[in-house]
Write a protein that binds this ligand. Structure first.
Ligand SMILES: Cc1cc2nc3c(=O)[nH]c(=O)nc-3n(C[C@H](O)[C@H](O)[C@H](O)COP(=O)(O)OP(=O)(O)OC[C@H]3O[C@@H](n4cnc5c(N)ncnc54)[C@H](O)[C@@H]3O)c2cc1C
Length: 311
C-alpha cells in the first residue's frame, strides 16, 4: 500500500536546498510499492519524476504538478559470488563503505559523492579518473511504455555509458532498480588510505555541502581547441585527457569566482560549483548559469553544457 505524501517542499529533498511545493511524493521501497505506483500513474494519468538523493537536480521554485517517486529500495546490498548486488536506492556513500569493508577495490573514487546508486548509474557519475561504468556488470531497470511496465536486465555493453551519459539518461523511460558490480579484491589498508586521500582532496577543492548547499559541478568539462589546451597545460603543468579542459578553469579565467545573483553564487573555492548562500531561487541559479555560458563563449568560443538536470 503506497502513501502519497502532500504539503512537501522539494527544497527538503535537494542538496541545493532549492525547490517549490510538490503535488505529492511516494516512497518506493520494494517491488509492490513500484507496481502500485505505476498502477496509480496509469489510472490517474499523472506525470511523474524519479528522485534519488536530489544531488544533481535543480528544482524550480513554483508549484510542481508532478508526482515524485522517491527511490528508497536501500535494503539490498550483498556480496555474492564475487559480485556486489545493490538496490538503486542505496546511497553511494553506503556502497563505497561496504566495498571497503569487504576488502574490494574500484570504488574509492566515489568517496564523498552524495546521492544514490540509481542516480550515479544514470549519470555515470565519476571523479579522479574513475566512473560507475568501470564496475558495472549488469543493471536491472523497469521500462514503462504506453502504460505497460516491464522489468529488463541490461548487460554493461547495453548500457551505452559515456561521459556522464547512459542509455537510462538518453531514453528517459527507465527506472533503475538494481545493479550488479564487479570489483577486485585489494588490500584494505591501501583502500582506506586512497579513500582518505581523495576525501582530503575534495575537502580542499570543494565547498562543504553542509555549509554551502550545491549540486556539485554545474557543467561538464568541455572539449577545447588546441590553443586553449596548450594554455591550460602550460599554466597547470599537467596534461589534459580526451581533449577536455575543466569547466571550472574556464569559469575562473572569466573572473567569475564569487559572482553572485541574489543568493546564488559561483563558489569562491571551485568555480564549477554554484552555491546557495541561504535563500537562493532556481531562477537566480538559472540566470547565473546563462551568464557563465555567455562569458565563457565570449572569452573562449566554447559552449558549456550543463551536467545537472533542470526541472
Ligand atoms: C558536493 C557534491 C559533489 C559532487 N561530486 C560529484 C562527482 O565528483 N562526480 C559526479 O559524477 N557527480 C558529483 N555530484 C553530483 C551528484 O552527486 C551525482 O550525479 C549523483 O550520482 C546523483 O545521484 P542522486 O541520487 O542524487 O540523483 P538525483 O539528483 O536524485 O537525480 C538525478 C537524475 O537521475 C534520475 N534518477 C535518480 N535515481 C534514478 C533511478 N533509480 N532510476 C532512473 N533515474 C534516476 C533523476 O530522475 C534525475 O534525472 C556531486 C554533487 C554534490 C552536491
Amino acid at each position: 500500500m503506497i502513501k502519497i505524501e502532500t504539503g512537501l517542499s522539494l527544497r527538503d529533498f535537494s542538496t541545493f536546498r532549492i525547490g517549490g511545493e510538490v503535488a505529492g511524493l511516494v516512497r518506493i521501497k520494494n517491488e509492490e510499492d513500484l507496481q502500485a505506483f505505476f498502477q496509480l500513474i496509469n489510472k490517474e494519468k499523472r506525470d511523474f519524476f524519479i528522485l534519488g538523493g536530489g544531488s544533481n537536480v535543480l528544482f524550480r521554485d513554483d508549484y510542481w504538478h508532478r508526482l515524485v517517486a522517491k527511490i528508497e529500495n536501500d535494503q539490498k546490498l550483498v556480496f555474492k559470488n564475487e559480485k556486489i548486488i545493490c538496490g538503486a536506492g542505496v546511497t553511494l556513500a553506503k556502497l563505497v563503505n561496504y566495498a571497503y569493508e569487504e576488502g574490494l577495490t574500484g570504488l574509492e573514487w566515489a568517496v564523498g559523492i552524495p546521492g544514490t546508486v540509481g542516480g550515479a548509474i544514470r549519470g555515470n557519475a565519476g571523479a579522479f579518473g574513475g566512473q560507475m561504468a568501470d564496475s558495472v556488470e549488469q543493471v536491472v531497470a523497469w521500462e514503462w511504455k504506453e502504460g505497460v511496465v516491464k522489468k529488463r536486465t541490461f548487460l554493461y555493453q547495453d548500457c551505452r555509458f559515456g561521459y556522464r551519459e547512459s542509455l537510462f539518461k538518453e531514453e528517459k523511460n527507465f527506472l533503475i532498480w538494481e545493479v550488479k558490480l564487479s570489483l577486485n579484491f585489494g588490500k584494505k589498508e591501501a583502500i582506506r588510505k586512497r579513500m582518505a586521500e581523495l576525501l582530503m582532496q575534495r575537502k580542499k577543492t570543494q565547498p562543504k555541502l553542509n555549509q554551502f548547499p550545491s549540486l556539485g559541478s554545474i557543467f561538464k568539462n568541455p572539449m577545447a581547441p588546441k590553443e586553449i589546451i596548450a594554455l591550460f597545460e602550460k599554466e597547470k603543468q599537467t596534461k589534459v585527457k580526451n581533449h577536455k579542459v575543466p569547466a571550472g578553469w574556464l569559469i575562473e579565467k572569466c573572473k567569475l569566482k564569487g559572482q553572485r545573483i541574489g543568493d546564488a553564487q559561483v563558489s569562491q573555492l571551485q568555480a564549477n560549483f554554484i552555491v546557495n548562500l541561504g535563500q537562493a531561487k532556481a531562477n537566480e541559479v538559472q540566470q547565473l548559469i546563462t551568464l557563465i555560458k555567455e562569458k565563457v563563449w565570449q572569452e573562449f568560443r566554447i559552449q558549456l553544457e550543463e551536467e545537472i538536470e533542470i526541472c
